[in-house]
Design a binder for this molecule. Sequence first.
Ligand code: HEC
Length: 246
Amino acid sequence: MKKKILALLVLLVPSLGMASGGGFEPFKVDVDLHNKDSLRNGAKYFVNYCMGCHSLKYMMYQRMGDDLGLTKEQVEENLIFTGAKIGDYMTISMPEAQASEWFGTAPPDLTLVTRNRGADWLYTYLLTFYVDDSRPFGVNNLMFKDVGMPHVLWELQGLQKAVFEESTDEHGNKTRHFVRFEKISDGQLSDAEYEKAVRDLVAFLVYAGEPAKLVRYQLGVWVILFLLVLLVVSYALKKEYWKDVH
Ligand code: HEC
């Protein structure tokens, strides 16, 4: 048994190393799915800044509105820019072939992105675009090397450059380590405001990846209440049964 566990650990360790991608660990993000304001804010950023290229094709506008506590009119006025109807799925009209031609890769549907990549990854991805003149859109990304996506939030965040340090190990292999960012130009938001905007956007995408989570949370409260009541009843019963035993 011990050997098996050891073998498993050995298997796991190199993959952990790889996941960190060049020694840069993603930032941690706490999203709060109970916070409807945060989810609504994230939805606003998503439809304004992402839906030009990315769909959420398993999500219906109506469902999103209901879950986020918005009326049909509020959704139609504030969150639908594509001429879609409230009962439609959140698809986009950019043809995939054309998108591949423009960006090198078609922008993927983002429904499952936080489940595939994780919330921390997405949060860090949106914070770590940096200027790189060798790239077609003038930016690169710490989490996604040579990414085909432009820094669509640059007006909010501003632009930053990344400082790297090169080191050589005993075998003569060169590796590049990220050291820090240096701001080149300010955006409309302060750093703290930008981080909050991105956190809200990530929260919205976590929700979109599993809308049933919101229902499950509500259900969870009832289950726990039920269990508590059951506990009280069982305890009373136990006392009753054992009363005469001693
Ligand atoms: C102008 C088009 C465009 C817009 C707008 C855009 N993206 Fe992208 N995005 C792309 C393209 C193209 C790719 C594919 C990049 C690649 O594979 O190199 C991509 C990839 C991604 C990925 C990586 C997906 C994966 O797992 O491979 C994420 C995450 C992402 N985009 C999030 C966003 C978010 C969030 C927004 C809104 C803030 C957004 N994108 C806005 C074009 C866009």
